[in-house]
Design a protein around this ligand. Structure first.
Ligand SMILES: NC(=O)c1ccc[n+]([C@@H]2O[C@H](COP(=O)([O-])OP(=O)(O)OC[C@H]3O[C@@H](n4cnc5c(N)ncnc54)[C@H](OP(=O)(O)O)[C@@H]3O)[C@@H](O)[C@H]2O)c1
Length: 382
């Protein structure tokens, strides 16, 4: 005997944000006139594939499953995900791998005490607007967009569809950008702007050192700082030196051979040192941060927290750190920067969506160069 929910899944789908006023017909949801019209003939697929994370753990905890497709709803847009990325942030959430043990408790409270609060991860995407809800004016069906969907605010991007508020961080794909490149703009770019501009107040002509210059955040920081007129030194291994120079570094230091905290190696001090990967404690940079300069720590630990509070007493560099959050304004700025030639993310590898576990395994090596992309659906409108 069928349960009520099996014979009529509508209440279940509606609870998950599926279309109101529709009728379930042979695995599809038929939408009545006046409710949100789907593309095509009024029949909409109700299930989509999503990469679900039920518990913290290794890449193998990620499972692709069929889940109900969300509906746009008033003021929201349904985006068909074409490309998404697996970021270092996704890997940290999935594995509950926080950079320092002191963040264990706040991390669990923010991400979910026993399991991830948001089961579908993924923050960056490019895609095609599939459906707009009532009152949406910024987007139309068929628009090609990229977006940065913050953890806990929208569904995750590791799915065939995502619903976001129309005024969330969504922008048109920059002219001349592939869907792969567009998908990689948000994470590295937002972090770079937050640290360099908001915390670092970067200015043209300043000497800036980016430590960990070959990852997603590092390459974004090198390009954006260079575009803003800074003289950038990138710290990376020799295999990534050409990439970092191409992004805009005027000088490269190979961290496997030389110590970037030694002024004899760096050739003097910097106005800003941005340690993206937590290569050294902030205090270690005291000889290469100019008087009045600043050390920015993307990976925060005890040393950085103490120095942020009592830096002057300890006699080291001034230190700033924080959490870069998604913002519609920042994504808009990133699109402008991209269109002005100031930022073009680097795509390292592209994995089919079905191979998301492999993609996570690679991201977990912490050796990626730029971004790792998932090919979720076709880059075609229709
Ligand atoms: N505070 C925030 O709001 C915020 C926001 C975003 C990201 N983050 C954090 O920022 C960090 C970087 O993120 P990401 O996405 O850029 O990571 P990523 O792409 O995974 O970084 C990998 C790159 O870092 C390089 N690297 C590793 N160790 C290094 C070292 N000791 N010196 C120089 N380069 C080194 C690797 O090059 P090799 O193979 O040559 O070693 C690789 O190319 C992560 O820990 C992430 O959690 C913080």
């Amino acid at each position: 005997m069928q349960s009520d929910q099996e014979s009529d899944p509508k209440p279940h789908l509606e609870a998950l944000g599926a279309y109101p006023g529709g009728k379930y017909v042979h695995g599809s949801f038929k939408v009545s006139p006046g409710s949100l019209p789907p593309r095509g003939q009024g029949i909409y697929k109700t299930c989509m594939k999503a990469a679900v994370v039920d518990r913290y753990g290794p890449p193998e905890v990620v499972q692709i499953r069929e889940v109900p497709t969300p509906g746009a709803g008033a003021g929201r847009v349904l985006i068909r995900v074409v490309r998404a990325t697996v970021t270092s942030g996704d890997a940290r959430v999935r594995g509950f791998n926080l950079p320092r043990p002191i963040f264990w408790l706040p991390g669990r409270l923010a991400l979910g005490v026993l399991r991830p609060r948001q089961k579908v991860l993924g923050t960056e995407l490019s895609g095609i607007v599939e459906q707009v809800g009532a009152g949406v004016t910024r987007f139309r069906e068929g628009d090609r967009v990229f977006a940065y969907a913050a953890f806990g605010k929208s569904g995750g991007a590791h799915a065939e569809f995502i619903v976001m508020d129309e005024d969330a961080a969504i922008e048109p794909v920059p002219a001349g950008f592939s869907m792969e490149e567009a998908a990689c703009i948000g994470f590295g770019g937002t972090t770079a702007l937050y640290y360099l501009e908001k915390l670092g107040k970067i200015k043209a002509g300043q000497r800036v050192m980016v430590v960990g210059a070959s990852g997603a955040v590092g390459l974004a920081s090198v390009s954006i700082a260079g575009h803003m007129g800074a003289q950038v030194t990138g710290v990376c291994s020799s295999k990534n030196a050409a990439l970092v120079r191409q992004a805009g570094a005027v000088r490269v230091i190979d961290y496997t051979e030389e110590d970037c905290t030694d002024p004899a190696v760096t050739g003097g001090a910097f106005d800003l040192v941005f340690d993206v990967v937590g290569a050294h404690k902030a205090g270690a940079y005291k000889r290469v941060v100019d008087k009045g300069g600043l050390c920015l720590a993307c990976v925060m630990g005890f040393d950085e927290i103490v120095r942020m509070i009592a830096g002057r007493l300890l006699g080291g560099p001034r230190v700033k750190a924080g959490v870069a959050l998604e913002s519609p304004e920042v994504l808009g700025r990133l699109r402008e920067l991209a269109e002005a030639g100031g930022y073009r993310p680097v795509v390292d590898r592209v994995y089919p969506f079905a191979e998301i576990v492999e993609a996570y395994r690679y991201v977990d090596t912490w050796r990626k160069r730029g971004s790792v992309v998932l090919s979720v659906s076709d880059d075609q409108i229709g």
